[in-house]
Design a protein around this ligand. Structure first.
Ligand code: NAI
Ligand code: MG
Length: 348
């Protein structure tokens, strides 16, 4: 019985997580759920945004389903010392899990092209998976210094670090259209030369069915908004991935539609990318689609149950057309939308 640790967190986190758990219970009745505290609520209850009990629960978890953390702009949590603030709980959680690959699907749902800032003919059919390396590169590890009028950081990667994240991308591409674009800046960066060489060597050794190409990050920044349909899976290092994934996140046109997964060698972390939405928290109107699609990613990437994941994603696409939530210009509340998903899966 796979054990899923749920961390609903603050704001709309508990509302959207409950919806995701409801859907998971329907498609995977064997899952066992264990709920724990994180974020501002965890600080209130246990004096720590990432309590020891939560940390201990991760040890034998198969996957972690996270809601959101954080309060409103005027929340007293924001004047706590940094280590006690809600977002410190999130950082501690990510560190504890050691996830080195962040997966962000960017999908324009059929019928919701009008929400995209791109022209409908460009937005139609966009379905990209961005795989970002999460533990290396210039954000981590290296020698860094700010000294008077001079500062530097170090961008560093090793072959094993490149290969483990590239494997995730190739595996994901095998479930999709089989195309991977590796993004780098190999015309100026040594790190990118290593990146490109190792990704290509891994493809030639172990993933011959994958079509792999290499593109420069500046070119991708233009093409991802001017011709997004050219991409299937994009794999890239930490800094480039940070920027490209936020750029691409505006394409679907709503935060409420964006799930994510962070994967490592242990339990993966699955969460919507939106925040705790204090302006609508507790009203029962939050869009749970991102959380429910994160649950689908949990099944696909965390438990290798792609069929169940596909069935959830098909149902979400249908529900978005039939019962759109308020953030999408519709009328459905959290419960109505969730019921529409359950119904579309054939399990009312
Ligand atoms: P936000 O994503 O919470 O909200 C931005 C806007 O989008 C709001 O108008 C909100 O109502 C709307 N929105 C977001 N998710 C929605 C959903 N599922 N359904 C319907 N509407 C939705 O970002 P904001 O306001 O900047 O941050 C609020 C709090 O969330 C802060 O404390 C922030 O630190 C935290 N936060 C937490 C994240 C996490 O837990 N991973 C990520 C981003 C922000
Ligand atoms: Mg970012």
């Amino acid at each position: 019985m796979p054990k899923i640790v749920t961390l609903p967190g603050d704001g709309i986190g508990p509302e959207v997580t409950a919806a995701a758990v409801q859907v998971l219970r329907e498609v995977a009745p064997d899952l066992q759920f264990e709920e724990h505290a994180i974020g501002g609520g965890a600080y209130e209850a246990h004096g720590d945004p990432f309590p020891q009990r939560t940390r201990d629960a991760l040890a034998d978890a198969d996957a972690v389903l996270l809601g959101t953390v954080g309060g409103a702009q005027n929340s007293p949590w924001n004047s706590l010392p940094r280590p006690l603030r809600p977002e410190s709980g999130l950082l501690a959680l990510r560190k504890a899990l050691g996830c080195y690959a962040n997966l962000r699907p960017v999908r324009v749902q059929p019928g919701l092209e009008h929400l995209s800032p791109l022209k409908p003919e460009l937005a139609r059919g966009v379905d990209i998976l961005i795989v970002r390396e999460l533990l290396g590169g210039v954000y981590f590890d290296g020698d860094r210094k700010l000294d008077g009028d001079t500062a530097y950081n170090t961008m560093r990667y090793t072959t094993p670090e490149v290969e483990r994240v590239a494997k995730m991308a190739f595996w994901a591409a095998e479930q999709r259209k089989g195309r991977v674009t590796s993004v780098d800046k190999a015309n100026v960066l040594e790190v990118s030369e290593l990146w490109r060489r190792d990704v290509q060597a891994l493809r030639d050794r172990e993933y011959r069915s994958i079509h792999l190409n290499h593109e420069y990050v500046d070119s991708v920044a233009m093409l991802i908004v001017s011709d997004p349909s050219r991409y299937d899976v994009i794999v890239t290092e930490n800094l480039f991935g940070d920027i490209l994934s936020d750029l691409a996140a505006v394409i679907p046109g709503s935060l409420g539609l964006m799930p994510s997964a962070s994967l490592g060698d242990g339990a993966g972390l699955f969460e919507p990318i939106h925040g705790s939405a204090p302006d609508i928290a507790g009203k029962g109107v939050a869009n749970p689609a991102a959380a429910i699609m994160s649950a689908a990613m949990l099944l696909r990437h965390g438990l290798k149950r792609s069929d169940a994941a596909n069935s959830i994603e098909r149902a979400v696409a249908l529900a978005l057309r039939e019962e759109p939530t308020r953030d999408l210009g519709g009328k459905a509340d959290t419960k109505t939308f969730t019921n529409a998903v359950l119904e579309a899966m054939g399990t009312p």
